[in-house]
Design a binder for this molecule. Sequence first.
Ligand code: GLN
Length: 268
Amino acid sequence: MTRTLRLGHLYPLQMSIYGDRGNLVCLRRRAEWRGWRLEVIAIGLGAGDGRLVAGCDGFLFGGGQDRDEAEVAADLRAFKAGPLAEAVAAGRPLLAVCGGYQLLGSHYRTRAGAVVPGLGLLPLRTEAGRRRAVGNVLVRPDPGLGLDAPWLVGFENHSGRTFLGPELRPLGRTEVGGGNNGVDGGEGVLAGSIIGTYLHGPVLPRNPGLADWWLARALAPAAPAPLPPLDDAAERLAWDRAVAQVRREQGGLAARARRVLVRRRAAG
Ligand code: GLN
């Protein structure tokens, strides 16, 4: 009997920008390559869709523009908050990217000053900054993830600056890029079966260890175990190229900074 995993895709119409839908494709393929089925359940606006949450083995929550977040926030709190809290308390995985990540906390205050209320699932808050954080990112992952890759790679594009409560730990330390807020060096959050991150890209195909982290928890929420290995040669090639791209950009930035410094010194 083929095992079927049910993936709850939160607000696919409103919250899936910068390629985040690719995370769903990645999970489906990595499940199928291991002989499992992955069924996608779209969880959209409305009370009825709130009742779909209980039947899912794990969740994806993608990024969105400020207006998209505002549109889903009230519905999220009214109809999904309770079932989602129960699901993650049982160890079912939730990967929340950027806007979805922001809505896990108390609120997101937009650049326009609007306060978008969040789920309150995690003690974190987000305040829009004056400048957007945009670019390729390298993150040294938290050892608790048990990943064999030295970095997570991805792409960020957000105005929000997220601040974790003292009891939370980041998904990793930002080596290149803005990360949570450009100040404390953290990127994302790792809290039980919840991963929040600013990494688009999509994040999972470039970081297959994270995809397997999600699958292991969807398969066995109470006791996640290592999965049968896959041939990740293509994923490693994509990862190598993404890391090399970040390093080239870093080198470019450093060279430009040196030229500015030389000109300033020459100008006295
Ligand atoms: N609108 C939010 C921000 O700008 C989230 C953006 C996103 O999901 N990429 O911070």
